[in-house]
Design a protein around this ligand. Structure first.
Ligand code: SF4
Length: 338
């Protein structure tokens, strides 16, 4: 085996290692030594997706990892995702290749802010999207994913007020679909999804009049897609509001030649692999999450060599956070969220 270059920390990112054959061999050998399973989120770079044991969306990956007999879970994604893996597998070691890989959406609401919001609305039911920290999940009654957010809110007594956080676009989608007035929505957003605007969508839809549209409900353009289809500017049949897992399922059976995709660009690698005959194009080709891209080949190598960075969630927080995830799972198939 050729000796690989040493990972170096430069500009806040692990760098200096090529994702070549020697790298893949060393990753594989280290993985076996540690009895580790490598999970990669759909927004990871293709090299990381291709070397992972499982690729998918955050919750589906955590549930899958909990079922394996691996001692170590290496989560190639952002920090809250690794926390969810730890919550569902408290007896396994969970590693993230770079603990600074955060999430602007999860950072939209802190535990302190949620505590204050709850105090202002006693008796309300708190529904949180899975893109939240473990501490926020621990203060939540029921978690939700983008696949089941509507069902989760619909399952709550219509007389009870609902506090929905942190994503305002997903919240607006849920409010519209359930027709519920007593839902308060936190004004959080993901900077990547919010950057996929109505203008991008309208331009692309007009340029490609025969293409289907796959839209993640977190996108800034989600509301405009509904509006544009209501106005007859986009054919309603062309608009599909889907989680990342839902996009893959749809891709496998679509009869369309071309599909426009409104979510983070990393998703295109999985879609093109699932349906090579379909032309998948991004609605905004600059919609790339810098946090997801912090998981570089160098970061993964260092992670497996040194057993870093370990992610832990204190038991009293993990137990409560697990209860809010389990409350969601008991309502129905959660799909995978982002
Ligand atoms: S794409 Fe947005 S929601 Fe997803 S991890 Fe990045 S910042 Fe968070």
């Amino acid at each position: 085996m050729t000796l690989l270059a040493e990972p170096v920390r430069r500009d806040g990112v692990w760098q200096g290692v090529e994702a070549d054959r020697s790298w893949a061999q060393e990753i594989d050998a280290l993985k076996k030594q540690r009895n580790a399973v490598i999970l990669a989120h759909n927004y990871q770079i293709p090299e990381i997706q291709d070397i992972a044991d499982f690729t998918g969306d955050s919750l589906a990956l955590s549930r899958k990892a909990a079922e394996t007999d691996a001692d170590v879970i290496v989560f190639c994604g952002v920090h809250f995702m690794a926390e969810s893996a730890k919550i569902l597998s408290p007896n396994k070691t969970v590693l993230i290749p770079d603990q600074d890989a955060g999430c602007s959406l999860a950072d939209s609401i802190t535990a302190e802010q949620l505590r204050e919001w709850k105090a202002e609305h006693p008796g309300a039911v708190v529904v949180s999207y899975v893109n939240t920290t473990a501490e926020v999940k621990a203060l939540t009654d029921i978690c939700c994913t983008s696949s089941n957010a509507v069902d989760v809110v619909a399952s709550i007594d219509p007389e009870r007020e609902v506090l929905f956080c942190p994503d305002q676009f997903l919240g607006a989608h849920v409010k519209r679909e359930t027709g519920r007035d007593n839902i308060r929505i936190w004004a959080g957003e993901c900077h990547v999804h919010a950057g996929i605007s109505a203008q991008h969508l309208a331009e692309q839809a007009q340029e490609h009049p025969d293409a289907d549209l796959y839209i993640h409900p977190e996108c800034g353009c989600a509301n405009s897609a509904i509006y544009l289809s209501g106005e007859g500017i986009i054919d309603r049949e062309r608009v599909h509001m889907l989680s990342t897992g839902g996009m893959l399922e749809h891709a496998r059976t679509t009869q369309q030649d071309k599909v426009l995709v409104a979510t983070e660009v990393g998703m295109l690698h999985q879609l093109r692999g699932a349906a090579p005959e379909v032309d998948f194009q991004p609605v905004n080709d600059r919609a790339s999450c810098k946090y997801m891209k912090m998981i570089t080949p160098a970061a993964l190598l260092r992670c497996l060599r040194e057993g870093k960075d370990e992610v832990d969630v204190p038991a009293h927080i993990a137990d409560k956070a697990r209860a809010s995830l389990e409350a969601m799972i008991s309502i129905g198939e959660p799909g995978g969220g982002e």
